[in-house]
Write a protein that binds this ligand. Sequence first.
Ligand code: NAI
Ligand code: A1CAB
Length: 271
Amino acid sequence: MSEKMAFIGAGSMAESILSGILASEFLPKENIMVTNKSDFERLEHLERQYHIPYVEDKREAVADARTVLLAVKPYDIKAAVASIRDHLDSDQLLISVAAGVSTDTISQLLGRDIPVIRAMPNTSAAAGESATAVTKGKYATGDHLRTALHLFSTIGTATEVAEEDMHTVTAIAGSGPAYVYYLVEAMEEAAIQAGLGKQTAHELLVQTIAGAGEMLKSSGQDPAELRKNITSPGGTTQAGLEALDKGNFQEAVMSCVETARERSIELGKKL
Ligand SMILES: NC(=O)C1=CN([C@@H]2O[C@H](COP(=O)(O)OP(=O)(O)OC[C@H]3O[C@@H](n4cnc5c(N)ncnc54)[C@H](O)[C@@H]3O)[C@@H](O)[C@H]2O)C=CC1
Ligand SMILES: O=C(O)[C@@H]1CCC=N1
């Protein structure tokens, strides 16, 4: 079996993962095949951008692949699995990144004992900085799990979680980057309204977020401690945090995570 990898679905998550894989040199571009449903513009974009040959015939794409990565929307999973099911063997590994969709559901759709791993990466994979959680289905072995952990560790961190925790993981880590970007958008807007140039505001915020992330990673301090180190009594930070509290910041964020988690559960049930 070659080390080839086939992508079923050529959208933003597929692009983030494959660009991360290429940058990390986990696989050369010749070993990656990408298919899509009907949007050939996406395939042409990937070919132009990453020189990845696209394949229109799914049989051709999966026949040769050791790993098949399913990166279609949850509502397209049924059709996508149906289109590859007959071309898969039990010595191949199917990895799904679809939000909410359980490994049992995928196994049922496959109707065969193909090993399945469910993964939840995020788009920071493109920068080698995804926080990916993985869980294994009933036909997947420890070796399959290690293969998936290895693959995702080339594009960030990779952690095994229990399948029941995947909805929570999706809410905080899969969707998480979007909440950070939303915060940055709001801070940028406030700075611009106060008269700061857009570019200056943007550059300061990018480094502020990256620096805070680095402190969370490397300081050994928890977030509350790091926050307290910045908050002088009666100072600017305290004033700002009090305004956030007035706007029920914590409740809003907790409701954001809980609502995203519930949506993940719904997406899995809708199939
Ligand atoms: N975008 C993100 O940040 C993340 C997305 N995910 C999951 O990744 C999956 C894909 O999401 P996106 O890339 O954002 O969606 P997208 O809409 O950008 O891409 C999905 C692609 O799948 C293709 N497709 C649909 N049906 C197909 C079929 N039967 N065969 C082959 N290709 C087919 C579509 O043409 C499209 O290009 C979703 O299930 C999502 O839950 C997981 C983690 C993060
Ligand atoms: O919004 C979504 O449904 C997907 C799953 C996690 C991030 N994007």
